[in-house]
Ligand binder design. Structure first.
Ligand SMILES: O=P(O)(O)OC[C@H]1O[C@H](O[C@H]2O[C@H](CO)[C@@H](O)[C@H](O)[C@H]2O)[C@H](O)[C@@H](O)[C@@H]1O
Ligand SMILES: O=c1ccn([C@@H]2O[C@H](COP(=O)(O)OP(=O)(O)O)[C@@H](O)[C@H]2O)c(=O)[nH]1
Length: 461
């Protein structure tokens, strides 16, 4: 059987819990197949320090972790600069937040070349290579230039915007041409596939051979949606584990007289946190019966803090939380409990289970695994309600959630009120449907469906 080689910027020891959906999902997928996981070690070193560029390998169960450090200059231009200062905002439709500094692209190319150079000698002829996310779009082209003929698949974890938004990136043609070095390109949602099809047709003159095969630049690429899932059995086991049950019981006791709402996100402007706090404020204003009762626990896990837009969103969010607490709080009740820390993943199911409402209201999100985790953590006999942004990839699958437009903060407040009032029978019906779909399209389905499609492609087609 071929070995699976996964390549991503962010990697994590699959035996430990990780924050960030990509690392969580890939850890779970790789645990099943074994193989190699290649990526950034997470360490930044000063250029010229001994050992710079050295590869570290360690065995984590059946997975070999092969990692490289980044020097500060590469980390700043590749990770913070081009990946998270250009691609992340534009792919999340935020041209206003993009920083098109002309210096970043060199670092992006340099790190992709360095990854290819380090990876190439580790590859065996029948390895299946699966590259992940926007940091590594040109990796296959670099590998092909070094003579790699293996099957290579790519999965984009974040949305792909419509062609005219994508075209704002000065290197948009090069980026999309780079995707044609892969045999299969996977997206989270059908909307992303449509944007890809439109872009390659309108901007690259590609021929659509069928709805999933596109020919351009003398190559044929297959493009398809493979919505990522979670490991439902693993998450249910986590829900029943001691740390999670302790958390659940503590929360239930603490909020016995109140209604708990929960939000769990990286502190990222794509997650719509200021809009969420504004909606919660409208809830307290327009439905006063929630005062002294509805309490929002908002976990905002620190993320990419040296990028300016992230520092700005933190300030804005903290101002809004402080104002709601100042205006509505009582000596014995604070409406918002804002926590700027990463909460250990093993505690997350207990927190979700204790909540009457889960708020997952990003302005844009590739998928959003928290939405799926919230549903799985619920007690089927008395489940909480998921309020979900229609702009999360998850909304294509989770139709029985209460879907909202997060920009419409008044409308969102009304839907939160509906969630708080929802009768038990309706909560059970919706929860059962959501759970069925999350179980059917779990992380194992995602891995198998992607790898099956990749195995059907003609390598170098
Ligand atoms: O690696 P970081 O810069 O710390 O960021 C964490 C990850 O954020 C993004 O996650 C995405 O992948 C999830 C799983 O597919 C998906 O549910 C979510 O909607 C995406 O935002 C990013 O794409 C990853 O590369 C990062 O590792
Ligand atoms: O404090 C936190 C915040 C998030 N997570 C986990 O990180 C992942 C976030 O993935 P998601 O797809 O929702 O968003 P991303 O952060 O990847 O954009 C989920 O598994 C969360 O349970 C966590 O363990 N602790």
């Amino acid at each position: 059987m071929s070995r699976l080689v996964v390549v991503s910027n962010r990697i994590a020891d699959p035996r430990k819990t990780a924050a960030g959906g990509l690392a969580v999902a890939l850890g779970e997928a790789l645990k099943t197949t074994g193989g190699m996981w290649f990526g950034w070690s997470g360490t930044v070193v000063e250029a010229g320090t001994p050992g710079e560029g050295e590869m570290h390998t360690q065995q984590a169960g059946n997975v070999t972790l092969a990692t490289v450090d980044l020097c500060k200059e590469d980390h700043d231009s590749f990770y913070l600069g081009y990946s998270n200062g250009v691609l992340w905002p534009v792919f999340h439709y935020r041209l206003d937040l993009a920083d098109f500094d002309a210096g970043y692209i060199a670092g992006y190319r340099r790190v992709n070349q360095m990854f290819a150079k380090k990876l190439m000698p580790l590859l065996k002829p029948d390895d299946i290579i699966w590259v992940h996310d926007y940091h590594l779009i040109p990796l296959a082209a670099e590998l092909r230039a070094m003579g790699c003929t293996n099957r290579i698949g790519f999965f984009l974890h974040i949305p792909l915007p419509p062609p005219l938004i994508l075209a704002a990136i000065p290197q948009h043609e090069w980026l999309i041409r780079s995707l044609f070095a892969y045999d299969l390109v996977g997206f989270q949602a059908e909307a992303d596939v449509q944007h890809f099809a439109r872009y390659v047709g309108e901007e690259a003159g590609a021929e659509a051979l069928d709805p999933h095969h596109f020919r351009a630049f003398n190559r044929t690429v297959r493009a398809q949606a493979f919505p990522i899932g979670i490991d439902v059995n693993e998450f249910q086991a986590l829900t029943r584990a001691r740390e999670s049950m302790d958390m659940f019981e503590r929360m239930r006791e603490e909020y016995a007289r109140r209604r708990l709402l929960v939000g769990i996100d990286r502190l990222d402007y794509s997650k719509g946190l200021p809009h969420r706090i504004k909606a919660f404020r409208h809830l307290l204003t327009n439905y006063p019966e929630n005062r002294n009762s509805a309490t929002l626990i908002q976990i905002a896990s620190p993320s990419r803090e040296s990028v300016d837009a992230y520092a700005d969103i933190r300030q804005q969010l903290e101002g809004l939380c402080g104002a709601v607490n100042g205006d509505f709080g009582e000596l014995d009740w604070m409406p918002v409990r804002y926590i700027h820390r990463t909460v250990a993943r093993k505690r997350i199911p207990g927190l979700c289970r204790a909540a009457r409402v889960g708020l997952v209201t990003p302005l844009r999100d590739g998928m959003n695994l928290v939405a799926k985790e919230f549903v799985v953590a619920q007690d089927a006999a008395d489940p909480g309600v998921l309020v979900l942004s229609r702009f999360a990839g998850a909304a294509e699958q989770l139709k029985e959630a209460l879907l909202v437009n997060p920009y419409d903060t008044h409308g969102t407040a009304e839907v939160i009120q509906q969630a708080l009032q929802m009768p038990l029978e309706e909560r059970q019906r919706r929860h059962q449907k959501l759970l069925e779909r999350i179980r059917e399209f779990d992380v194992h389905w995602w891995r198998k469906a992607f790898l099956q499609a990749l195995s059907e492609t003609e390598p170098g087609g």
